[in-house]
Design a protein around this ligand. Structure first.
Ligand code: GLV
Ligand code: GLV
Length: 327
């Protein structure tokens, strides 16, 4: 019999072609730009062998129970899989696939764009041109902290964190500090020049002019950028987050920006997404908020979609996944 598969959103067509040409799938496609409503999802997962989902779907015990014991694989078209309850999938012997690697470049590039947009006040400045606030060239107007000669602190020195450091190095950064669960090897630290130094979190917060977050959202990292963290940072510090909104305490970030504890923040991710348009963070010129577009390049999204399709097919065939989530 064919495997019952649900794809929960309109995804790049190349992924659908892979699933169709495999001829082993009986495909249910929620072909919509908008997320599948939860009650609809709970209905449609019943009897599934494989689920192809996005980070907008919460994969928890309720959903896995609704699916049934024949469910073999959950494949998410994202590198992050904090929306998938790994204890629950593990308990049930369900394989989980994700999309590391293929979005490293796109996400690192967006991180640098967001850092520069925040530091050089691009959004605020462009707004002044449109609203008539641009009077004349002024020596002290629209200035921000200096990138050249600065210290950049990278929280989470994995694929994306390293790629961000490599992209920032040519701007004249003089020190790279990093925190990670594990100290990286000498050769990994030397992937960036100057060589990245492993430091404790306090040192990173105290000594960095730019702090950028590239960690997965886990119970250990949830809310780690809080009042205590911001209070240790420099008053000219720029904080950038393109990982997951949940690593930041947004009330504390608002206070830190409002009171000048730190200089600015660039966020590609928030809680919730979308952020309500009346959210206090959106009232601050010092805060640039983007709609979770880290991996939004055509070829990157296609590579993510097709890797997720290959993960799904491997899981259905009982084979090891090209990119399996860590337990
Ligand atoms: C996007 O945030 C992803 O995890 O791929
Ligand atoms: C700026 O435009 C300058 O010429 O310094």
């Amino acid at each position: 019999r064919k495997h019952k598969v649900l794809v929960t959103r309109t995804v790049p067509q190349a992924a659908i072609e892979i699933l169709k040409t495999s001829q082993s799938c009986d495909l249910d496609y929620w072909d919509s730009e908008d997320p599948i409503p939860r009650d609809e999802l709970l209905k449609r997962v019943a009897g599934l062998d494989g689920l192809y989902c996005l980070l907008t779907e919460k994969i928890d015990s309720e959903l896995l129970d609704a699916a049934g014991s024949q469910l073999k694989v959950v494949s998410t078209m994202s590198v992050g899989y904090d929306h998938v309850s790994i204890p629950e999938t593990t308990k049930r012997g369900i394989a989980v696939g994700h999309t590391p690697g293929v979005l490293t470049d796109a996400t690192a590039t967006l991180t640098v764009a967001l850092l520069l947009a925040t530091q050089r006040r691009l959004i605020e400045a462009a707004g002044e041109v449109k609203n008539g606030g641009w009077g004349t060239w002024k020596p002290l107007w629209m200035c921000g902290p200096t990138l050249s000669g600065s210290t950049v602190g990278i929280v989470g020195f994995g694929r994306i964190g390293i790629a961000v450091a490599q992209r920032l190095a040519p701007f004249g950064v003089t020190r790279f500090l990093y925190c990670d669960v594990h100290k990286k090897s000498e050769s990994q630290e030397k992937l960036v020049s100057p060589k990245a130094e492993h430091v404790d979190m306090d040192t990173l917060f105290k000594e960095s002019d730019f702090v950028t977050a590239h960690t997965a959202l886990t119970p250990e990292t949830a809310g780690m950028f809080n009042k205590d963290a911001f209070s240790k940072m420099k008053s000219n510090a720029v904080f950038v987050n393109t990982s997951r909104g949940g690593v930041v305490n947004q009330d504390d970030l608002y206070e830190a920006l409002k009171t000048g504890q730190i200089w600015g923040a660039g966020l590609d991710v928030t809680v919730p997404e979308p952020l309500p348009t009346n959210h206090p963070l959106l009232s601050l010129n010092s805060c640039v908020v983007l709609p979770h577009i880290g991996s939004a390049e055509d070829s990157t999204r296609e590579a993510m979609a097709t890797l997720a399709a290959r993960n799904l097919l491997a899981g259905l065939a009982g084979e090891s996944l090209p990119a399996q989530a860590k337990l």
